[in-house]
Write a protein that binds this ligand. Sequence first.
Ligand code: PRX
Length: 642
Amino acid sequence: MTQADSRVAHLPTTSYYCPSGKYDELWRRADEDPEGFWAEQALELDWFKRWDKVLDWKAPYARWFVGGKLNLSVQCLDRHMKTDVRNKVAFYWEGELGDSQVLTYGEMYRQVNNTAGALKRLGVKRGDRVAIYLPMIPALPVVMLACARIGAPFTVVFSAFSGQALADRVEDTGAKVIVTASGMHRRGKILPLKENAVEAAARCACVEKIVVVKHTHHQVEMDPNRDVWLSDILSGCDEYVAPEDMDSNDPLFILYTSGSTGKPKGILHGTGGYSLWIAKTMQWAFDTDAQTVWWCTADVGWITGHSYVVFAPMILGLTSVMYEGAPDYPALDRWWAIIAKYGVTAFYTSPTAIRMFMRHGEEWLSRHDLSCLKILGSVGEPINPEAWLWYYRNVGKERIGISDTWWQTETGGFMISPTPGIQMHALKPGSATKPMPGVVPAVVDADGKELPNGETGFIVIKKPWPGMLLDIYRNPDLYHKTYWSRFPGYYLPGDYCMKDQDNFLWLLGRADEVIKVAGHRISTAELESAIVGHSAVAEAAATSRPDEIKGEAIILFVTLRKGTPPSVEIKNELTRHLRATIGTLATPEEIFFVNLLPKTRSGKIMRRLLKAVATGAAVGDTTTLDDGASVDEAKAAFAELT
Ligand code: PRX
């Protein structure tokens, strides 16, 4: 029984099932006539020019609304200027220190136009790439939308990534400008974002300017030839910058994520299909309306933040909450206090956060009135039924549903989720339930044969959907290989899945070398290539083991070079090295020193064995191993340290 199967076996028998009406009809229409269905939906966006063709599908490339012209900043802002939404709150922003700002759509429009003007004066032209390395402050959505307005594809780099990780991404995009902040607040400390941006600029010849947002008030060194304060390059008076007429399939942003290679890959999204997908899926999964007060706790540095902190809520003209800091700072009820303070009606977070709160008990919740909530959501990793039920009972008080949304950076928006917005309210704790209209999934075995209900296999998506990635930036070969080569014609997400007897889908974790630590995606190859970059390391293998809170925790097996004996000091040094190379999310739970890594005779590391050793499971067949002793050694190292 795999780890995934054992989760299913432990499910409670409770089923919150009820039949649906509109959902079935929409799903069928989207399946039977995708072009007609999506053309009708696309009328909800503002187009400069209507498309000539709804879908051009030449596997593996889907191009939606071919010939259509639009601009994302117009969807999020300009069109609201003609309605009541103009004076509606776009963001209630709260800083970790308790400071706050209220930004209306009108104010966002003003700031986006001014920032777009400033970037243009700095020399950013349509097609130039901009790297954005900002904390969760209002400037982050403002700069993203300003880039979209002037047609400059942007890449947002999560603020917990190190200077070196930022440099890798900046270099791959060839960004000319990095927009950063003086620093950020995290659990009472100031983190030096500007310094990391300088480190990245020093490594990347493409960077001409660093634009700095004044956020923390500590001393920051500025290089007069390269660095400018954003406040200094704004014109001083309000300006209007005409939005570029972008083609529906022009690049909008590049977002790096981990796959099977040592280097993160740049997932490329466009405007037309992507905007429509995120807006429709948000309405469907969260039944949003003009009164919705939305709070998605994800960092904008991830796809969840792009699609559902910034763009979809703004396209829909919703009021959102944006919070800068940590969930437990200064105390464990910070999030609940924020929900009550702003009257949040729809709350969307991760299983890791839920499990963290679960561990600390319900009393933190009871300090606040959460009766404003009308719907809950979960994302980023499988939610175990226990956490689902805790969330349902203690946060939702058993009166509201949970939309467990399964999707990926590559999919742009939700793929599988309850859709109460179109009357699909059926829930089962731990299942993401049903595919969105337009999503046609199947569960297949290793040969691509569809499996009967009840059996676990790989999830594939059989048809293109509007939010589908355009490509991997500057790496079409990797795009083909990663998603389309194993089961030709089908998109391969890389997750295990099981469809139950009611046709509910259970997403059961990654089937590849990707680790999900607190919902953050990181690959074993990325960790290994980072750690062997340390001069004391000869070889390394990364794996994970289940973690009660974070879902998975990183475990490393390392062989040291001659002359460096294993010690606590070198272990700490390697942890520091990983954090400096990738960022804090790469912090290993444990590093084991071994003399040999278990390898096949052809020299491949047998990760399966290391995983078994790290999790204490049966090691299984070792007949293809080169040297059986290396398994025993890995086991002994593990036993000694646990
Ligand atoms: O393994 C799945 C897991 O997160 C992966 C995608 O990660 P990323 O591109 O970083 O996007 C995260 C936010 C969408 C998926 O391949 N995943 C995401 N949501 C769920 C999930 N696994 C189970 N249930 C979910 N709701």
